[in-house]
Design a protein around this ligand. Sequence first.
Ligand SMILES: *[C@@H]1O[C@H](CO)[C@@H](O)[C@H](O)[C@H]1NC(C)=O
Ligand SMILES: *[C@@H]1O[C@H](CO)[C@@H](O)[C@H](O)[C@H]1NC(C)=O
Ligand SMILES: *[C@@H]1O[C@H](CO)[C@@H](O)[C@H](O)[C@H]1NC(C)=O
Length: 359
Amino acid sequence: MHFLSPLLFLSGLAAGASLQQVTNFGANTSGTKMYIYVPDNIAAKPAVIVAIHYCSGTANAYYTNTPYATLAEKYGFVVIYPESPYSGTCWDVSSKEALTHNGGADSNSIANMVSYTLNKYNGDKSRVFVTGTSSGAMMTNVLAATYPDVFAAGIAYAGVPATCFYTGTVDGWNSTCSQGQLNLSQEYWANAALNAYPGYTGPRPRMRIHHGTADTTLYPQNYYETIKQWTGVFGYSTTPSATYPNTPRSPYTRYVFGPNVEGILGEGITHSIDIFGDADMEWFGFTGSSTTTKTSGPTSTLTTTKTTTTTKSATATPTSGSGGAQYAQCGGIGWTGATTCASPYTCKKMNDCEYILFS
Ligand SMILES: *[C@@H]1O[C@H](CO)[C@@H](O)[C@H](O)[C@H]1NC(C)=O
Ligand SMILES: *[C@@H]1O[C@H](CO)[C@@H](O)[C@H](O)[C@H]1NC(C)=O
Ligand SMILES: *[C@@H]1O[C@H](CO)[C@@H](O)[C@H](O)[C@H]1NC(C)=O
């Protein structure tokens, strides 16, 4: 103890963690900004939580208005607050690139922020989590679909299922989805998630979906469609196996569909939904009995369907004589089409061309 300089000790205490921008986190095609909160009380092998703002929000607003930085001091995890590069600061959850593993859009930049953080802070790869509100909740579902290899669990506050906002344009707005006009099958939504990372067979994030029944920004049908998506991925029924009224508190009800999928529906709650920091800590495994580290793959009943879909895309006709266009498939297991892209694109694994399936 007497070897410690009292001055150093004091300055260490006085420093205090704050939100910091990181400008060198790796490839960043879409220009997404990265902010980080590294707690004074950082764990030796910290977990990482990605906390994603809503449209019109900023990293700083989400840092200020959500409990994650305070909880980081308590539990020692690092928080990444990405910031949208687009005017209006919605996230790109509508382009083909955003909805594809390593597609080069916002979702890809956020995955790169996670890699950077895990390397820099000796993070625990098996405890990387994602949460967000509204557009950030849409991105939470998109990241769970595009990077199931990265995230162990996700919590979406008032979002839409992965791929529901597809418009084929960057940072688009899909009113059919926002207004809850889509009522599609469990199989449709599960395949939409599975096809975001074709060929992936490893573990997938546990998902908890929050929504309000009086939400007129992203209509409550989106809750039911998102539940279909993740119950479909895990092979669960869409009928809850357990129901807990007034949980985490009135007027919310917690629905359990299986160990990896839960819903929390707020009766009469609008798009201004409550964030439940303590419940989040339990879902992410910092408290309570939830199992959160990724130990096994999903027991998906949709493996057959997935294989069928893959086979189908593998026999698709290339869109140009000289090979596939940008974002077209250009190789992979069972692929018999062109393996070069139309000029000026080149066929690369999971990059200029949409993907190459690989084992
Ligand atoms: C990502 O792009 C944003 C906006 O141009 C910039 O502020 C940031 O420094 C970039 N980061 C990296 C790692 O390229
Ligand atoms: C909105 O998304 C749905 C599927 O999620 C799609 O069928 C529809 O064409 C999309 N709308 C636009 C304008 O792209
Ligand atoms: C959605 O579709 C199912 C099956 O076709 C139907 O039973 C259900 O009532 C529909 N839900 C809504 C809200 O339209």
